[in-house]
Design a protein around this ligand. Structure first.
Ligand SMILES: *[C@@H]1O[C@H](CO)[C@@H](O)[C@H](O)[C@H]1NC(C)=O
Length: 500
């Protein structure tokens, strides 16, 4: 179909006009503050939910990676229009000097039931001594452990005995029995595994307050405390450049916004940064915080929320702009690169973190970071796209759902379908439900469309890019449905530009 499009004498001049128009509009947009209402980003949890068949997303997320995820409703709706003038901030956002790796403490959280599966990759990547001195790293688990020079602290060791009676602590008390009997506790939590320790994720929420309390006490000279999970990857050099814009003596608490119980907080899996000023205002001012909030911790589900709630009670608000209704900023990602949307809004923004990373993702992200010349600029979404998304995009591929969602045309909704702006042929666009070819043609007919997917009589199109994941050959899921077909319009994505 695409060949036909380019060979069509009537379509080619149209295409040239269109391209000119896109470039014109794009320049127009660059010259002035963005007035456009940006597309409402899909809440992170819904991204994987979009993949079909349902079983697919489970296969990608180890059961325990779901541990402290807030329910979808807890997420704020994502970016909103940035047309308002920047409100005055309660404290300065300019600092005088740049940050070095020695100014920070990296708080790394794991757990006994996942440590042996998730941590080893980080020892030669995230935590490699060439990247960060070991004296700037604190490793937190729920059982003491040693791997070579690395020592993992049992951060729950001071939990009061009344809290330890909770059923949540069963894995904690059983851990030593597994060890003593020469069993491998970490084989639990794997799909299909019956053996192994029951999930440690209920324990997980109890770790957040003791981790932050301990890190601030153990490293009082750090300017920033940066938190990461064992299934995350942080582009540390990018993050340091970003944090150097903020004065560490002021109370900053920065990350990927989440929201439950009326509290804004930093989503844990996305990583977050807490300034020394924030620590002193909260944990430093009250050495009893962990004890004081043990009851609150027991009654609430998510450790990252518990921390955000406590910080707020001590006057440390979440976000770069704590006065904003919506504190979303691009940079900290609650998903992996293949389940994150790339779009014109984030294309030129620096990236700080990825979540739900497997060992292979961590290795590749580390490779990308190691090969990057940060003196020439930060790693942006588009750079990650170029290195880790673009090589896998195809004109058309079966057994793949790329999550396209913005417009869906089906045989039973087509009569109500409202074509978006930029649709050159409404007939072609509306006929998308008829076949794979029609769906691809419908996407081509809408100038903003960069990806489509088709199943049965459903044609979905989007102006943002998601790699998603396919169902590999031989996978049993291929026996239970028709093939989803997906395609991307790489050339259009190639027209997205950055100033530098
Ligand atoms: C537990 O308490 C002791 C004594 O106050 C302290 O030295 C230690 O750092 C605490 N451990 C953690 C993980 O907070």
């Amino acid at each position: 179909m695409r060949k036909a499009f380019y060979q069509d004498n009537r379509m080619v001049p149209l295409g040239i006009m269109l391209t000119t128009l896109i470039i014109f509009i794009y320049h127009f947009e660059l010259d002035r503050p963005a007035l456009a209402f940006s597309p409402v980003s899909t809440p992170p949890q819904m991204i994987s939910a979009q993949f079909a068949p349902e079983k697919q997303d489970q296969a990608h997320l180890p059961a325990s990676s779901l541990k402290e995820e807030a329910p979808p409703s807890s997420y704020s709706p994502g970016p909103v229009a940035q047309d308002a003038p920047v409100p005055s901030l309660p404290f300065t956002t300019t600092s005088t000097s740049s940050l070095s790796i020695n100014d920070i403490t990296l708080m790394f959280k794991t757990g006994a039931s996942v440590l042996w599966r998730r941590v080893p990759i980080h020892l030669s990547t995230s935590l490699s001594p060439q990247r960060i001195p070991s004296s700037n790293v604190l490793l937190y688990s729920d059982a003491p452990e040693t791997i070579g020079p690395w020592h993992f602290l049992d951060v729950l060791s001071n939990t009061s005995s009344s809290v330890r009676q909770s059923p949540d602590f069963i894995p904690y008390t059983q851990q030593t029995d597994y060890d003593d009997r020469q069993n491998y506790a970490e084989i639990g939590n794997m799909p299909g595994d019956a053996a192994g320790l029951v999930g440690g994720w209920k324990l997980d929420k109890y770790k957040f307050l003791p981790i932050v309390a301990h890190a601030g006490r153990a490293h009082p000279d750090s300017k920033w405390y940066i938190f990461m999970e064992d299934d995350s990857y942080l582009f540390l050099p990018n993050l340091l450049t970003h944090l150097s814009k903020f004065d560490h003596k002021d109370p900053w608490y920065l990350g990927s916004v989440a929201w439950i119980h009326g509290d804004f907080f930093a989503h844990g899996g996305s990583g977050f940064a807490l300034s020394r000023g924030a620590w002193e205002k909260s944990f430093g001012a009250d050495p009893d915080i962990v004890r004081r909030y043990e009851g609150f911790t027991a009654e609430h589900g998510c450790g990252d929320h518990i921390l955000g709630h406590v910080l707020k009670e001590y006057g440390v608000e979440f976000g770069e702009d704590p006065t904003a209704d919506n504190r979303f900023k691009y940079g900290f990602n609650p998903e992996a690169h293949w389940s994150t949307w790339f779009e014109t809004e984030n294309w030129c923004k620096p990236v700080f973190s990825w979540h739900h990373t497997h060992g292979r993702d961590v290795a590749r992200l580390f490779g990308l970071e190691s090969g990057w010349d940060f003196s020439k600029g930060q790693l942006r979404f588009r750079d990650v796209y170029d290195a880790m998304v673009k090589p896998y995009l195809r004109d058309r591929v079966e057994w793949w759902d790329n999550g396209a969602a913005k417009y869906e045309i089906r045989s039973n909704n087509v009569q109500y379908a409202q074509p978006p702006e930029g649709v050159k042929s409404v007939d072609t666009w509306k006929a998308g439900w008829k076949s794979v070819d029609s769906c691809q043609a419908a996407c081509v007919a809408w100038s903003d469309c960069v990806q489509w997917s088709f199943y049965e009589d459903r044609c979905k199109m989007d102006s943002m890019v998601l790699l998603g994941s396919g169902i590999p050959e031989g996978d049993s899921r291929r026996q239970t449905s028709l093939p989803w077909t997906s395609g991307w319009l790489k050339d259009r994505i190639g027209t997205w530009k950055c100033d530098v």
